[in-house]
Design a protein around this ligand. Structure first.
Ligand SMILES: Nc1ncnc2c1ncn2[C@@H]1O[C@H](COP(=O)(O)OP(=O)(O)OP(=O)(O)O)[C@@H](O)[C@H]1O
Ligand SMILES: [Mg+2]
Length: 374
């Protein structure tokens, strides 16, 4: 079923029903799936799986934890809630937060306008644990089973979100029959880690498998669509070759098609050349690198080289060498990593004290191939 919003959406009903069937049969109640960035995970989950789940009588909840990496608990609670009880989200938070407000008043916190907004979000995240529990309890009352999709689920592996992750797992554990969960992510390593570390909240909870990628049938469908719209149809073989050149990445292929349609008189070769340049600029690791300060680059180099304890004495010594100065204290990697893991950059994710990993493995490889901070 294609969404009216995007006429170019290539629907994948068979894949959606395969996931649902596995859930229906009770073979699994949770799955983890990964694919590189821009390969069509979110598009499938939102525009194929969710509608299919709803058509099959499930309530369906989706949230992308990258939208707000600091507050995954709220996002999950809100997603569940709006799936099982679409009205009354504000009321729900109000009810939950009443005791906290009282407590705050009692403690006489100095609150400026700005401060209160900040506190509000932080408070909500504190409330995330009871909120998740309350939302899950509501699903017990619902007659429908729930499909819960957590996109970029590796955010939950961040130690900061341990409590949320533990409470979510506990709540899901006792509801395996009624709630089916799909964890999706763009980093295979991160996702595997989430389910394979013995100390992790979701240890052994879901099998992790590759997300089936879009292939030739996608290209064929798009070419057929072009034929209906364009003066100059795009030969299938030409499109197939472009798809390969674009590393079989649906998003890049869509850019190519868009360019082709706008400048048909220039022909498909020009469209491909233009798209390749755009891909290069857009994934522009060199550009990112240029925008970073030397300390950040040095920290990235160590992380890419596999250094485990980025705050440790050995790491500091290497940082001094890379930066050519003795003036390196533990606050240097700490400050850098705060920037690199922050919502603006999202280059790294914290795994454990001093241990970080790259969000984008291709960027990691790119950094690794460099030798110096310059
Ligand atoms: N089924 C599809 N039909 C048509 N276009 C698609 C389809 N899947 C993906 N695309 C194109 O690829 C783009 C990227 O897809 P999507 O955002 O789903 O990737 P992703 O795997 O979730 O990537 P990320 O890890 O970066 O979030 C879409 O915006 C769309 O242009
Ligand atoms: Mg996505």
């Amino acid at each position: 079923m294609s969404t009216p919003a995007d006429l170019w959406h290539f629907a994948r009903p068979d894949l959606a029903s395969r996931y649902l069937q596995a859930f229906d049969l009770g073979l699994v109640s949770a799955r983890g799936l990964f694919a590189r960035r821009r390969m069509g995970k979110s598009e499938f989950l939102k525009h194929d799986l969710l509608p299919a789940a709803e058509a099959a009588g499930y309530a369906a909840a989706y949230t992308n934890l990258w939208d707000d990496t600091d507050h995954p608990g709220q996002a999950i609670a809100a997603a569940i809630l709006s799936a099982v009880q679409p009205k009354g989200l504000a009321r729900f938070w109000d009810d939950l937060s009443t005791p906290v407000r009282k407590m705050k008043a009692g403690a006489k916190l100095p609150m400026g306008v700005e401060g209160s907004v900040e506190l509000d979000l932080a408070d909500k995240e504190k409330l995330a644990v009871p909120a998740i529990q309350a939302a899950l309890q509501l699903t017990d009352k619902s007659r429908k089973r729930l499909v819960l999709v957590l996109d970029e689920a590796q955010v939950l592996a961040n130690p900061e979100h341990r409590q949320v992750a533990h409470s979510l797992r506990a709540g899901l554990d006792i509801r395996k029959a009624g709630i089916k969960v799909l964890f999706a992510g763009s980093s295979e390593a991160a996702l595997r880690e989430m389910f394979s570390r013995a100390s992790a909240p979701f240890y052994n909870w879901a099998p992790v498998e590759p997300f089936p990628l879009l292939g030739d049938e996608f290209v064929v469908a798009i070419v057929a669509h072009i034929k209906r719209l364009a003066k100059q149809p795009l030969p299938l073989a030409v499109a197939q070759q472009a798809f390969r050149k674009l590393k079989e990445t649906p998003e890049f292929f869509r850019w190519y098609v868009e360019r082709y349609l706008l400048y048909q008189e220039q022909g498909p070769e020009a469209a491909l050349a233009h798209t390749l340049t755009r891909v290069h600029d857009d994934t522009g690791y060199a550009k990112t690198w240029k925008e970073l300060g030397r300390p950040d680059r040095a920290v990235l180099l160590l992380a890419a080289a596999g250094v485990q304890d980025l705050y440790g004495a050995a790491a500091l010594k290497q940082l001094r060498e890379l930066l050519g100065t003795e003036d390196v204290t533990p606050s240097l990697p700490r400050t850098s990593l705060r920037r690199l893991t922050g919502p603006r950059m999202q280059a790294m994710a914290r795994v454990d004290h001093g241990v970080y990993r790259f969000e984008d493995q291709e960027f990691e490889a790119w950094v690794r191939s460099r030798r110096t901070v310059d």
